[in-house]
Design a protein around this ligand. Structure first.
Ligand code: FRU
Length: 456
């Protein structure tokens, strides 16, 4: 789609972003194609002194895994391992790791000096563009406020560099930090407008369209839904679940110059959080992925902590859910919170999916229940490291998990991976097990200001 088409479509009367509908989401169920195998703890953890969660790779404009003098680099949200895992979001800091072979990872230093924006930094993406670095992130919390808060702005650190030698990679500032995007209140809800359980405007993801050359930044957001809008058949409880996949475009291709555009996908009446959205372009098709939680589905719907995906013929196309419902990867019924924050990336003719090892040996009603365990148990059950990478076979609008790699294994297309003929899907796919109706507790927490996300 050309820039003009996009503009015309946005302005056309009656046009609206594609939707994830309740009838599509009602088809969500665990299947042998979508359930990931149970994760065993890794033999070794390259960052045992840190909790590690949302992770992304240094990539070039074309989405290829970039290398700095032969090192590939990944970025993770981190917190000291001593901290209660549920408190980690309040202190998150972006650190980076580097590897020559994609299996052994070193480092774990903070990427920025102390002057990054926000009270803490949440997820983002990283562009290596002809030697220049653009490290997009979420400035979480307004740094001018004393109290911890949930304000979110999309920001970038640039101007610094990665110096590499045989010993590894160092981040060298100074970094210039800028806020790139804030919600406009029309397409994207501001915190003041939010009446849902969780507010989101975060997780910037750089994507350059291989077919049109258009430069975009995707992000997680919420759509403003006035109570009299008639959405969700006027059901106010459902209207509060208003997640969307946002997009901004850079007309010049400049990685610092963005303008908000209408959402790529609207999940109103279906789900509150379409997290860490990103696109894998393949065979002239656009695969849009995001993560979501069991407890963020709207009343009357059931879903899982999982990776969800849609496919369209253009970036702003009419997205259709993968596998009929959108579910691409679900945790097994016996360990429904074992992994989260999946990130799909292309590898030859398959798609690989990286995530973090969340709570093992826990099948409570929702992640809320984690906070009821003793502190020692909360720590013991939290993986806090990267999960085994999943191998996904993707064709048209279907996907199938067809193999796994080790924890922390991030191969580039140069590397040969073993054949997956021996892969057998887990038999733990009971669609009803491990699922309970969405508990209401979280909303109450938000309203009473007790919202720090204790469980997760
Ligand atoms: C998903 C997420 C992201 C956010 C981060 C904060 O795991 O909710 O959307 O950036 O966690 O820790």
């Amino acid at each position: 789609m050309t820039e003009n088409d996009a503009g015309a479509r946005r302005d056309a009367e009656g046009w609206r972003p594609p939707r994830w509908t309740r009838s599509q989401a009602a088809r969500i169920e665990r299947t042998p194609e979508t359930v990931a195998p149970v994760i065993e703890p890794p033999a070794e953890d390259p960052a045992a002194d840190l909790h590690i969660w949302d992770t992304w790779l240094l990539r070039d404009r074309h989405g290829e895994i970039a290398e700095v003098d032969g090192w590939r680099v990944l970025f993770s949200l981190t917190a000291p391992e001593e901290l209660l895992p549920g408190k980690r979001h309040d202190v998150a800091e972006i650190r980076f790791f580097y590897s020559r072979n994609g299996t052994e990872w070193h480092g774990g230093e903070p990427v920025f000096d102390a002057d990054a924006l926000g009270q803490r930094q949440w997820a983002g993406s990283a562009l290596y563009d002809d030697g220049d670095l653009y490290l997009y992130y979420t400035a979480a919390g307004d740094e001018s406020a004393e109290e911890l808060n949930y304000n979110q702005r999309i920001a970038v650190g640039h101007g610094g560099r990665f110096a590499a030698d045989d010993d590894g990679v160092r981040s060298e500032g100074p970094w210039t930090h800028e806020v790139l995007l804030e919600p406009d209140g029309e397409w994207y809800e501001s915190e003041d407008q939010s009446r849902g359980m969780i507010y989101t405007f975060r997780d910037p993801w750089f994507f350059e369209d291989p077919n049109t050359g258009e430069t975009t930044l995707l992000f997680e957001a919420n759509t403003p839904v006035p109570t009299d809008s008639g959405r969700c058949g006027g059901d106010e409880a459902q209207q509060e679940f208003n997640g969307s996949v946002g997009v901004a475009a850079s007309r010049s291709g400049d990685p610092l110059d963005w303008e908000l555009e209408p959402p790529l996908l609207d999940g109103v009446c279906v789900n509150q959080e379409l997290e860490r959205p990103h696109v894998v372009a393949r065979d002239d098709r656009y695969y849009l992925f995001f993560s979501s939680h069991m407890h963020t589905f709207a009343p009357g719907l059931r879903g899982f902590d999982g990776l969800y995906g849609f496919v369209a013929d253009s970036l702003r196309g009419e997205y259709e859910p993968l596998n009929g419902s959108g579910l691409v990867v679900a945790n097994p019924a016996g360990v429904p919170f074992q992994a989260y924050s999946w990130m799909a990336f292309p590898y030859r003719d398959e798609v690989l999916v990286q995530s973090f090892y969340n709570y093992r040996e826990f099948a409570g009603e929702s992640l809320d229940g984690i906070a009821d365990l003793s502190e020692a148990e909360q720590r013991r059950r939290f993986g806090g490291t990267l999960s085994p990478t999943l191998r996904l076979d993707v064709g048209d609008d279907r996907t199938r998990i067809h193999g796994t790699l080790a924890h922390w294994h991030i191969p580039t297309a140069r590397e040969e991976l073993p054949a997956t003929d021996g892969y057998r899907p887990p038999d733990d796919v009971d669609p009803d097990e491990g699922y309970v109706d969405r508990p209401d507790t979280r909303m109450d927490r938000h309203r009473t200001g007790r919202y720090p996300r204790n469980g997760y």
